[in-house]
Design a protein around this ligand. Structure first.
Ligand SMILES: CC(C)(COP(=O)(O)OP(=O)(O)OC[C@H]1O[C@@H](n2cnc3c(N)ncnc32)[C@H](O)[C@@H]1OP(=O)(O)O)[C@@H](O)C(=O)NCCC(=O)NCCS
Length: 388
């Protein structure tokens, strides 16, 4: 019988262009608040490092480097890689190791440093997650993958671009209230809608940021949770899904098959329905991705996600608050840190510790994380339950 597993603590570095810090220093910044809470190295059995792409810094063997720097030299460690879903893939690995009885207490760290290379080089490195024979040589980068999905969605459902811009306006509204955010500034609908094109129909404000940063959480087996906190956040459901490698082989471009598969599995394991979820952190690598997530997660019917946007149901006081930390768009998207950062945000919201009342979601009992790798090849969904 698997043991239950809880998140008991979290930490987060400032996200941004962090040329002042190295990968290991960003990890130390994320671990420090956890250490300050009394979860010192001697209490941790093992670590998992979520580090998606070592080519950004050239540093290999990241988990050894970081364990060493954090004073965890004699603790087993491993590194996980699943493109932009690396954070939740790492959590899934740690969950399995704790649930099976292998370890009781694990530190899961996520980090990426993407700004040591130019945006053009970063775009090229990320594009290598596409098929190197049939996609990459034809210039399909990340903005292009999602531009294809956006074009299809716009033509199938007659979607005005302004709806996508409204998602970006919301993200920046909340990012402006998050001291850890990369680009904490409000934008108007006009600015977002009329921004410079990146890959039509997507413009600058439809794109997430190229970010440096780290985040960390501690997972603990149920028998040991009381030693760490009286405010645990339980892992209630986990779902993983996969989609065809090449976007051209997908049955539809207005939905991500792996996300629907992961959502179904997570809801089943949790014994919950979309209506039970009080908040969600979704993978808005592009504005269209957030819209599609509403539908893949069952918050709206196919083609109806725009109603959530137009009625502002996705705001902190709405029916289904989404990304009230700024999301990948304004908080930022350091690939390996993203899924852990989403988890950290749910922990904060459940504990009533959002930075400002104007972004605090009320009474979060169930929170959902939706983390997508590449253009949907791998998706992990976690449902968390407040345990206090
Ligand atoms: C859109 C993108 C190409 C812009 O990069 P860029 O043109 O090199 O931008 P720069 O870093 O030179 O910044 C230029 C300005 O734009 C701003 N900016 C950069 N990216 C931005 C974004 N996504 N949204 C809003 N503003 C952005 C910068 O803050 C800067 O503003 P300033 O001149 O006021 O200081 C880049 O952000 C991008 O590729 N995003 C997508 C990342 C991605 O694909 N991630 C994986 C997805 S799963």
């Amino acid at each position: 019988m698997a043991r239950r597993v809880a998140v008991v603590a979290g930490g987060h570095s400032k996200f941004g262009k962090r040329l002042d810090a190295t990968v290991r220093e960003l990890c130390a910044e994320a671990y420090k608040p956890i250490y300050d809470e009394g979860i010192t190295q001697d209490r941790i059995d093992a670590t998992v490092l979520s580090y998606a792409a070592s080519q950004f810094t050239g540093q290999g063997a990241g988990s050894a480097l970081i364990a060493d720097y954090l004073g965890l030299q004699n603790k087993p460690h491993l590194r996980v890689e699943s493109a932009c879903a690396t954070g939740t893939a790492s959590l899934r690995a740690a969950y399995g190791m704790i649930a099976s009885g292998l370890y009781d207490v694990m530190l899961v760290l996520g980090v990426e440093q993407m700004n040591r290379v130019s945006s053009a080089t970063a775009t090229e490195y990320m594009a290598r997650a596409g098929d190197m024979r049939w996609e990459y040589p034809f210039g399909i980068s990340f903005p292009a993958f999602y531009a294809l999905m956006a074009s299809r969605y716009i033509s199938e459902y007659n979607l005005p671009h302004e709806v996508l811009s409204m998602i970006s306006v919301k993200s920046h509204h909340y990012g402006a209230q998050n001291p850890k955010a990369h680009l904490p500034k409000e934008v108007s609908l006009e600015e977002a809608h009329n921004a410079v094109p990146i890959c039509r129909p997507l413009n600058l404000y439809d794109c997430s940021l190229i970010t440096d940063g780290a985040a960390a959480v501690v997972l603990v087996a149920e028998e040991r949770v009381k030693e760490f906190t009286d405010r645990p956040m339980w892992i209630k459901g986990i779902g993983a899904g996969a989609s065809q490698m090449m976007i051209q082989d997908r049955p539809s471009l207005t939905s991500i098959p792996g996300a629907k598969q992961a959502a179904k599995a997570a809801y089943e394991m949790a014994g919950l329905k979309p209506n039970d979820i009080n908040m969600a952190e979704v993978h808005d690598c592009f504005s269209i991705a957030e819209l599609i997530a509403y539908e893949d997660l069952g918050f709206a019917e196919p083609g109806k996600g725009r109603e959530i946007v137009e009625n502002k149901e996705n705001y902190h006081d709405g029916r289904i608050p989404v990304n009230c930390d700024g999301g990948l768009k304004s908080k930022g998207h350091p690939l390996g840190a993203t899924g852990i950062s989403m988890t950290y945000e749910i922990l904060k919201q459940m504990r009533g510790e959002a930075d400002k009342p104007s972004r605090q979601i009320k009474d979060v009992q169930y929170g959902l994380v939706h983390n997508v790798g590449q253009s949907g090849q791998f998706v992990n969904i976690f449902i968390y339950e407040r345990g206090f």
